[in-house]
Design a protein around this ligand. Structure first.
Ligand code: TRP
Length: 453
């Protein structure tokens, strides 16, 4: 199982779709997407985000899967295989590093979700309770969130140590359908609350008046984050594809499912935000404050609340394992480590790197990055998702488009055919549209973040 030369593959065609959707669907859809939408003005953000998914997310996802299936390697090894003796492997290394950073704070938020499995019970059964106080009380206490973060990391490490098929594939098969059903129930409750209409308008009726460079940067950061792109996670999962598996159709399923779940999360949250009198720009606390308030308004709310946070935690877990898998695959393939030690050692280091983000709400609450004015968790999130992921996606697109060659990529992809075939449309996207859009949005958005008003 752990020999250096033996690499697993997904057991079935569905294996990749399930695992890649398991990676894609996570806190990004249910926690990050709603609060990003709320912070950036609602429907206009939704529209820009959807355009980013189609013009950037989908072609970049195909790009990463091709590189993975072609090389059968982790991100660093993949670049080395396609461009030997060149510095391009550094793009893979940037990805491994980014995975590190993302997982370090991702496990903190996932820890909040774990804690809410019982907190939601307490807060939905108490008569008069301020749901914002419950959340703030939790994140500003020192030890409790750290303990949940640790528990979440232990779960992640155990699954990765168990291996690709037995560990990853088994989990995601059960989760997705359950999550979908629960979201539908939540949407029905939210849109039937008195006063829900205002939330629907906010979420679905765009007003482009306030759109600025930061809106675009927020939208591409969300597109990369939610689809797990830009750091080699999809290269790694693509590397476990069997050589006979097709790519564009698989990518479309993953993108479609992920986007659908994000839109549904918004439908569950915004009507409730307005109906229950919360502010849509509440930031990272949004779902943790709003949804428990919705559960409190529901018959059997305790049960639904419990189920929801269990599912959210599992969704977070199937995403976290893809982050740890990249780092682990790199150590196994490139450094000859055993799967077990790679997962454990890296998992512990990542846990430690994440500690400042949770302490940023308590003992380190005065620490901010100059010019950003965010707490530490948002700061990690901003650098990882507004800089490192788009940069990784940009460089990978340039690499495939110009160095390895877009024609080679198309040929490799079309070796297996499904219902979508790659052609000039994809070459144009990957060589011109993707790089130009990412570069423009990054430059303008970063400038505006630091120097705009
Ligand atoms: N996409 C996941 C989510 O939405 C998070 C995630 C998993 C991720 N793997 C990734 C983000 C790789 C960026 C890169 O929750």
């Amino acid at each position: 199982m752990q020999g250096v030369n033996f690499r697993e593959s997904w057991a079935t065609r569905m294996g990749f779709i399930l695992a890649a959707s398991g990676s894609a669907v996570g806190l990004g859809n249910i926690w990050r997407f709603p609060y990003m939408t709320g912070e950036h003005g609602g429907a206009a953000f939704l529209v820009i985000y959807l355009v980013a998914i189609i013009l950037i997310g989908y072609p970049v996802m195909i790009n990463e899967i091709i590189v993975g299936r072609k090389t059968n390697r982790n991100p660093v090894g993949a670049f080395k295989a396609l461009a030997p003796n060149s510095p391009w492997w550094l793009v893979g290394a940037l990805g491994v590093f980014t995975g590190f950073v993302i997982l370090s704070y991702y496990s903190v938020v996932a820890g909040w979700s774990l804690a809410y499995i019982y907190k939601v019970v307490l807060s939905t059964t108490a008569a008069e309770i301020d749901h914002a106080d419950v959340f703030i009380g939790h994140i500003t206490s020192v030890w409790e969130p750290i303990i949940w973060q640790a528990i979440f990391m232990i779960l992640t490490i155990s699954i990765i140590a168990a291996g690709v098929v037995r560990g990853i594939q088994r989990w995601v098969t059960i989760l997705m359908p359950a999550l979908l059903v629960l979201l539908v129930i939540l949407i029905i409750r939210a849109v039937t609350l008195p006063g829900a209409g205002e939330g629907l308008t906010y979420y679905l009726q765009p007003n482009f008046g306030d759109v600025g460079p930061r809106t675009f940067l927020g939208a591409i950061s969300q597109a990369f984050f939610t689809l797990s792109l830009g750091m080699g996670a999809i290269i790694t999962y693509g590397s476990y594809l069997r050589q006979k598996d097709e790519i564009p159709g698989n990518a479309a399923s993953v993108v479609g499912l992920d986007t659908g779940i994000a839109i549904m999360a918004g439908l569950a949250i915004f009507p409730a935000v307005f109906a229950l009198g919360f502010a849509p720009d509440g930031g990272p606390g949004l779902v943790f404050i709003t949804l428990p308030a919705v559960f409190a308004e529901m018959p059997m709310g305790v049960l639904f609340g419990l189920l929801f946070f269990i599912l959210l935690s599992i969704a977070a877990l199937t995403s976290a394992i893809s982050l740890l898998e990249v780092v682990t695959a790199w150590l196994i393939d490139e450094k000859g480590w055993s799967r077990g030690s790679a997962a454990v050692v890296m998992g512990i280091i990542i846990f430690v790197v994440g500690l400042p983000t949770t302490l940023g709400y308590s003992v380190l609450s005065d620490v901010t990055f100059p010019g950003l004015g965010m707490d530490l968790l948002d700061t990690y999130d901003w650098f990882a998702n507004s800089i490192f992921l788009p940069l990784g996606g940009l460089l990978t697109a340039i690499f495939v488009g110009y160095i390895w060659g877009a024609r080679n990529a198309v040929e490799e992809c079309n070796r297996t055919s499904g219902f979508i075939c790659l052609g000039n449309w994809w070459i144009i996207l990957i060589r011109y549209v993707v790089p130009v859009l990412i570069l423009t949005i990054m430059i303008m958005g970063i400038y505006d973040t630091f120097f705009g008003d």
